[in-house]
Design a protein around this ligand. Structure first.
Ligand SMILES: Nc1ncnc2c1ncn2[C@@H]1O[C@H](COP(=O)(O)OP(=O)(O)OP(=O)(O)O)[C@@H](O)[C@H]1O
Ligand code: SF4
Ligand SMILES: [Mg+2]
Length: 337
């Protein structure tokens, strides 16, 4: 496995109390594989990604447990110097907002070129040629001329392509894209997503795609991890989840997707709000909002059950690396209901 996060815990100590943002997340991604991470705002998607990248805001953030294995090394035990090397060449991140991630006073050519100067020791001239090549590769028209322009002179979609080019520059083994298309128009969203998926295949990278948009996930992801209140509540191959979710929260997310064949019908919304991370409800964190909740759900935290659509799973509680898992006491009822 290229990246394996094991039982990661992250909390934020603030004046108001301790927010438990990540509470035992385990997920992994292989070379050439795309893992989509879904979940409502505040569920811990970005904090997990920041912990992997080593860019967590510390303090107030604190990693209180777990391991992050990247190419078989635990990143949490590395010295900052080694960590920086991994961050430079091994993995890269694409953010939602290219404008605030790019430097406004440097041309895009200078910024792209900088990667090659700093990490590959290239001359400025060669670095600029590489920048043009990369801009071509992410299909920015007239790259040779536009390489001299500044970020604000590009449209949102083109800026996002520049971000993708920056991320690809050193040919990382892993890219984490955190809502890479959320700020764009729908048609541009699709183009940027297609480009990202294509490059991921071309470079045989692992891709972690954090998104709110269940619509794009079906086309590009191999697996889905659904997060709720800092935990993974369901993880499975993408088609299994679309066929039949094994967690009521996943079902709620799927039912909230607008469907063309149901025009005019009111859109389903999961009732209530995500919990306060300083006071996560006892038992299953989703119980106050769950249409299937029973008494046991208010008392016992559901473990990650191994899910099997046909017959009995091999283990009741999932072993690491299980194909499909659900943190619901009633996953069977959900799956077949
Ligand atoms: N710098 C910070 N200081 C304090 N608390 C933080 C900080 N960053 C994140 N948190 C806490 O961690 C929680 C999870 O944040 P995170 O950014 O991972 O959510 P997310 O799932 O990415 O949501 P979104 O979909 O809105 O991006 C937040 O609700 C907040 O309580
Ligand atoms: S454990 Fe209970 S409350 Fe939690 S998702 Fe399952 S049915 Fe709902
Ligand atoms: Mg986020």
């Amino acid at each position: 496995m290229l990246l394996e996060v094991r039982d990661l815990h992250v909390e934020f100590r603030t004046r108001d109390g301790v927010a438990k943002a990540v509470n035992g997340v385990s997920y992994g991604v292989d070379a050439g594989e795309t893992l989509a991470v879904l979940g409502e705002s505040g569920s811990g998607k970005s904090v997990t990604a920041q912990a992997i990248m080593g860019i967590l805001d510390m303090p107030p953030g604190r990693i209180t447990g777990g391991e992050i294995l990247f190419q078989d090394r635990d990143l949490l035990t590395l010295k900052e110097e080694e960590r920086r090397k991994v961050r430079g060449a091994g993995m890269a991140m694409i953010f939602q907002d290219a404008l605030s991630s790019l430097n406004p006073v440097l041309s895009v050519g200078e910024q792209l070129g900088e990667m090659f100067v700093v990490h590959r020791g290239m001359s400025r001239k060669d670095a600029r040629a590489k920048a043009v090549e990369l801009m071509d590769h992410v299909r920015i028209p007239a790259a040779r001329e536009r390489v001299k322009q500044y970020p604000h002179q590009f449209s949102g979609g083109m800026r996002q392509r520049i971000m993708i080019a920056m991320a690809l520059a050193l040919e990382p083994a892993l890219i984490i894209a955190d809502e890479p298309t959320t700020a764009l128009d729908v048609t541009v969203q699709a183009q940027v997503m297609d480009l990202l998926a294509e490059l991921q295949r071309e470079y045989d990278m692992g891709l972690i795609l954090i998104t709110h948009d269940l619509g794009v996930v079906a086309d590009v992801a191999d697996r889905i991890a659904v997060m709720y209140a800092g935990r993974i509540v369901e993880q499975a191959p993408v088609h299994d989840i679309y066929k039949a979710p094994a967690h009521p929260y996943t079902r709620g997310l799927l039912d909230s997707i607008p469907r063309l064949d149901q025009k005019g019908q009111e859109l389903y919304a999961i009732k209530g709000l995500p919990p306060n991370l300083m006071a996560i409800p006892p038992g299953c964190a989703f119980n106050p909002r769950c249409p299937m909740a029973q008494e046991v759900c208010r008392v016992d935290v559901p473990p990650l059950y191994e899910v099997s659509a046909h017959g009995e799973p091999e283990h009741v509680v999932a072993e690491p690396g299980a194909e499909r898992v659900s943190a619901c006491h009633f996953w069977r009822e959900c799956l077949h209901g």
